[in-house]
Write a protein that binds this ligand. Sequence first.
Ligand code: WT7
Length: 649
Amino acid sequence: MSENNIYPVSSEVAKKSLLTNDQYLSDYAESIENPESFWNEKGKILDWITPYTKVKNTSYAPGQVDIKWFEDGELNVSVNCIDRHLATRADQVALIWEGDTPDQDANITFQMLYTQVCQFANALKSLGIKKGDVVCLYMPMTPEAAVAMLACTRIGAVHSIVFGGFSPDAIAGRIIDSNAKLVITADEGRRGGRTVPLKGNVDEALTRDGTNCVEHVIVLKNTGADINWQAGRDIDWTEITDTQPTDCTPETMNAEDPLFILYTSGSTGTPKGVLHTTGGYLVYAAMTFKYVFDYQEGDIYWCTADVGWITGHSYLVYGPLANGATTLLFEGVPNYPTTARMSEVVDKHNVTLLYTAPTAIRALMAKGDEAIAGTKRSSLRILGSVGEPINPEAWQWYYDKIGDKRCPIVDTWWQTETGGILITPLPGATDLKPGSATRPFFGVKPALVDNEGNILEGAVEGNLVMLDSWPGQMRTLYGNHDRFEQTYFSTFDNMYFTGDGARRDEDGYYWITGRVDDVLNVSGHRMGTAEIESALVSHPKIAEAAVVGVPHEIKGQGIYAYVTLNSGEYSTPELYAEVKQWVRKEIGAIATPDILHWAEGLPKTRSGKIMRRILRKIATGESDQLGDTSTLADPSVVEQLIKENQEIQ
Ligand code: WT7
């Protein structure tokens, strides 16, 4: 291999794994040469009510993008995640719940999960929720979050989960866009010793114009906090669920019926409602879970993601449960109440497969051995990373300290849009290089193209695209197929554009270099610069704003905001704090700018377009590499900004 820093598959790992490198190579070749027959076979990882006879029917043709997999098959997701396991593993734990503090936990078997899901599904039906209705979930990380998701799938309702850290306005926007009929929430959530006013935020969201599509709010009494109660609208989870029958006939769903909507940020405009459908999504989530984590009977799997993100959908709930795996759902954060909490949870539940994010790893790494103090972690077998590029130092620390140099790291590259993992090592097959997501999963056909869309061969850097569809691919943007085509298929004809840049090395390994569009990745959370800018300019004192990403030691990227005030307003420390708070309130804490740069003016072209390229360079202190500034309307603006930046640093 071409680099020095290589971790070959150890004989120990090879012996125990599902796949060898030779198997990977031949199965991969088969999956690309004969996708029909490959997926025809792999689709059998699920139980189908009506088996499919058609496998792949997909087109990336300009103006006619259309993606269908297993299109005449019928199935039910909750049956695949629960019912079909009851014959062999009714008493096996399906869900381990670990609370925010170590004294709170629970084990839920497949049998218990079946009963809870059926009862809650019946509760939803009693409120008139039926196939195709959209249900918005704004939930804490308690078992009920998974129960609510699965109950929706049982009756064919489409869930739309909003991350519990989002603001009332963000909730309202998503409710309006998806025309949600019902909201499911809790009085409060808990996280890292603090409480989150979930019901209060929903109450406020529902005061916004356009949210009257919501008929009811089901409220889980989680902390028991005092909350407002709107009689007629608000319904207590326990009251409506406990008396329901413990069986619920599953709805027969077509493979292409919608399963869920999940909003994510793009480079422009409001968040986009990514739509995933039933059959292809679940086949792909189940398949990737099995092979990427080398899942085997007896494994205890822990994914630290929140259900509000795609990782929480595919690899906390659907992928593991479709495989009959035991999945751990953690309410808290990796470093509370002690820095070693993550390692303690691993030991407490004998976790064998751990899937977390680089930002968490870097935060723990900053504390050194405190993060593993008093723990063994000897149950661990495989480590996973997701959400952003993992820098080699963090990779090394994760490998050495958390995994005790025994456990392969699968650095999994994917997106909300892709439904499941696309580029990743496979534990028994792939020699690892720290920082590389390595090679494509079965059926995935990546390519690198230049800005004109020419496919680049060999060891090279370019825009990362996919040349063909895979079953887990999103089908559309909810209610806006034109925007779907525009966003993902118009940059390069006949290709899915990921928005990421990547390098490919001599061994064909991919190294994701990060977004090439105006999308930020802050602590693994995806945010559009446009969204943050629009939150900023909605402040009455702000005239104009431009947001760029800057490297941040823990978060990966930090938010650097240039802000121009209305004339007559002055930048004060109070206003600095107020503006940060404003964005927090408008979007959520994750969007809070790290740095505000009060700017008299922004560099613009003569036609008035803000030159972000220049703003990025100034923010990162690379003002010696500004490139061509000759098209600027007023070059003196740049000198001023550089001077101010030096004062900020
Ligand atoms: C963006 C997608 C995938 C689920 C969580 C994030 C970045 C994700 C990696 C990785 C380098 C990564 C990309 C991608 N990203 N995983 N292993 N290495 N970058 O999903 O919120 O849709 O964000 O996250 O930039 O486009 P998301």
